[in-house]
Write a protein that binds this ligand. Sequence first.
Ligand SMILES: *[C@@H]1O[C@H](CO)[C@@H](O)[C@H](O)[C@H]1NC(C)=O
Ligand SMILES: *[C@@H]1O[C@H](CO)[C@@H](O)[C@H](O)[C@H]1NC(C)=O
Ligand SMILES: *[C@@H]1O[C@H](CO)[C@@H](O)[C@H](O)[C@H]1NC(C)=O
Ligand SMILES: *[C@@H]1O[C@H](CO)[C@@H](O)[C@H](O)[C@H]1NC(C)=O
Ligand SMILES: *[C@@H]1O[C@H](CO)[C@@H](O)[C@H](O)[C@H]1NC(C)=O
Length: 934
Amino acid sequence: MGLTKQYLRYVSSAVFGVIGSQKANIAYVTLRGGEKGRYVAVAACEHVFIWDVRKAEKVLILQGQKHEVTFLCPSPDGVHIAVGYEDGAVRIFSLLNGESTVSFNGHKSAVTVINYDALGARLVTGSKDTDVIVWDVINECGLYRLKGHKDVITQALFLKKKNLLVTSSKDSFVKWWDLDTQHCFKTMVGHRSEVWGMLLLNQEDRLLTGSADSELRAWNISYLEEGKADGEPRVKKEKTLLEDDEDEDEEVDESPEERILSCKKFGSILREARDRVVSLTADNKARVIACHGNDSALELFTVLSEEEVQKKMNKKLKKAKKKAAKAQEAEEPVVERMLKDEIIRLTNIKASAKIRWVDCLSCAGGELKVALLLQNNTIETYSLRTLNNTPTANKTARLTLGGHRTDVRTLAFSSDNLAVLSASGDTVKVWNRSTLQVIRTMACEYALCSLFVPGDRQIILGTKSGKLQIFELASGSLLETVDAHDGAVWSLCLAPDQRGIVTGSADKTVKFWEFELIKDQGTAQKRLTVKHSRSLQLEEDVLCVKFSPDHRLLAVSLLDCTVKVFYTDTLKFFLSLYGHKLPVLCLDISHDSTLIATGSADRNVKIWGLDFGDCHRSMFAHDDSVMFLQFVPKTHLFFTAGKDKKIKQWDADKFEHIQTLEGHHREVWCLTISPSGDYIVSSGHDKSLRLWERTREPIILEEEREMEREAEVEESMAKGDVPVVPGETQGEAAPAGKKTVETVKAAERIMEVLELYREETRKMEEHKYACEKAGKELPPPQSNPILVAFGNVSPSRYVLDVIKKVRSSELEVSLLVLPFPYIPELLTLFNSYIQQGLEVELVCRCLFFLLKIHFGQISSNQMLLSVIDELRTNTLSKVCEIRNMMGFNSAALQFLQREIESKEDVMFFADATGRLDEKKKKKRKRERAVLTIA
Ligand SMILES: *[C@@H]1O[C@H](CO)[C@@H](O)[C@H](O)[C@H]1NC(C)=O
Ligand SMILES: *[C@@H]1O[C@H](CO)[C@@H](O)[C@H](O)[C@H]1NC(C)=O
Ligand SMILES: *[C@@H]1O[C@H](CO)[C@@H](O)[C@H](O)[C@H]1NC(C)=O
Ligand SMILES: *[C@@H]1O[C@H](CO)[C@@H](O)[C@H](O)[C@H]1NC(C)=O
Ligand SMILES: *[C@@H]1O[C@H](CO)[C@@H](O)[C@H](O)[C@H]1NC(C)=O
């Protein structure tokens, strides 16, 4: 080994073993026009997996970065899916290619709900940070942040009928927002506990809410006619705009001055479950309601259509009339419409574990498909015919194969590096390392430790109940269960001569076992077993045992926080390693039997010499217990896994921390390194198994530390307040500042290009002056090489190009960061663009934003007067021009639509409107932007 050691980087290569993470919901999606109800999207830690439930195959992975997925929502056209993350980010992925094009950063903590509006043009997101944000999907920017709730947002729904939004929160309130004025005009205070779910039913005439009790409350919404409701609502609106806080405490429910709509309690449905609503959802047609609590029962209700309700009401009326006639009453009987005339119980579905999330989908022929994400890493789907009188749900699929129901506590690599075993509380699985497919799944007892028997044909597990279980891989069968110990078998180690194993247990003994082939009584074939040969009695529970690779010594870690080393042959005591303050949970001995490294619940790792038992170094390793430790074969480098979610690599000679592998979102329980040292597999409480691969990229420690510091800074920066909604200011703080790295970079690029523009303009002026002075044409000055590189574009055009390249979602924040001295120049440039009709829409967007945020400075600047004046006339005329063109196009498209409608059959038409709608959407957007200024 040379003077400088080379460390190679390990990188994350795959996440497997997760079928669906608990944090986010499950949603039916359509994939490439595939059949409905075949694909579901679920979170898998930081990724989104799309499963084909029929084939139980993962068909698409939407790659995340670092933070866990917390909510999913497919777009109405089924082409995109919006994904919310733990850190508050929202990204939109295409379901066609799995790529993400748009990202929205506005929330400070986990996104808890996402919904599209009916056209798919706007998105509403709610978060743990109590804010609700409405985003413009087409322009990729924030529209408004709605503040008012005081706890986690649990639901947010757009209305179709009006430009309204309704939100619910754990703060027990349901709020109605007028999106025209971005103002909460009504707060419903009828719930005394958290509102966990909410639905709009019956063409948005009913609101159904679920809370902490077993009552689902239904509310009758009636829309008041504008202007008729009370005297001067407009004036009031303006006034209350600034009095948002007061609004909340007002009991608007009973207030006589209702505006826009009234919402009265109409009835309630009693659920069978007594605990809180965990999720409340309806199918795509809002005909079936599904609801469940924190248990395994799903309750389904049918929402009757208006005709069905009318039929029912008529029947009721007839009956009442008959009765009245019998009783010879003079008055005409009246029958009141009740909730039970509209919503009736359908059936219950009993899942095989607690339900975490539900989604349902109505298909042709009255078939209802239900997808359940269960709390034990399982997805189940059911189907039922809602038209039957007594519908029963049939289970149609269950996805369990690709992961464990409970946490994996032990992992092992086969000697050929090709297979990995993972074992949990009830099953052991063997995976193909290259495809990450499950090769074998076998039922076992609660496994704590494991290994492949040399030859890789059998595996041995040590269990919590003190047993050793031997499985044969070829047949996938349990060969034998040996009663080995009276307490949990915490540790297993293969003897270096490969002839047997040693086990350490909570019953304070270490036992030696030899491999033996015996004749099986049943099949008369030879099979493997283990024969107990020797025992070593200790005073304390044994947590970990390890042979030195030269087979001379055996290290045993005990509950009394020491590690005792014995001679293997005589079992005589050799040394004791004192120093850890809490028990040593893991240890390993280097390949040359010189070093022993120990990891403890006291968060430290200690490296000891095995000759004298002297501690070479103690290092603070993790922010929580060190759960697992293993040397990379043939090196003095080792990995540790911590309860602090991290995996770290260390150098046992230089006592250096080399790198940190971050990925797990919960405690890491164990890891295993392949005999070649090229692969690591780790398992954690987040149910994920992660494969890490060694690359050829060398690690330079100083750079690594530098990167870690940068990442920390970035993280703290990302936590800062990011105004994403145009003109938004955060509390009393000025809208100054550095925001995300991207926006700062974008602002820097704009500044750079403005500098360049200045420089070029100065050069041109000097040139003009020189020409005049000389009285003749001089050769023009050299253009800036950047401009030449971009095909000799003019400097002003180049400025526009740079602005155009700023991601739409980051545009406003980037402009916000731009120092004022650049603004006058920008305004002059904007004027010229508008005159030339270049990118009018984009330029207007920037212009209005700048005017809004720098209003004071711009209006007090005499020099800018003429520019602003010119801008006003130019902008108005240009925008009118565009509006007219838009209007013309819109009318033409509508005409075409009518033409097509009258010619083509329905099938084609449905398809065509889809596309037309999309175009119209875009247009409408633009129209709106235009109208607000005109
Ligand atoms: C809902 O409220 C409106 C207005 O208050 C009322 O006219 C209507 O009858 C109510 N509907 C039901 C079913 O109670
Ligand atoms: C369900 O109940 C268990 C045990 O009471 C609790 O730990 C868990 O957080 C609950 N889950 C939800 C989603 O409320
Ligand atoms: C967990 O999931 C499996 C599906 O294989 C199921 O059989 C089991 O009963 C579930 N429930 C619990 C509580 O483990
Ligand atoms: C459910 O299973 C029963 C009996 O196996 C069958 O008669 C029924 O048609 C099935 N229902 C659905 C919706 O497939
Ligand atoms: C793993 O899968 C690859 C590719 O399908 C195959 O070639 C290999 O034999 C498999 N390995 C094992 C151990 O099953």
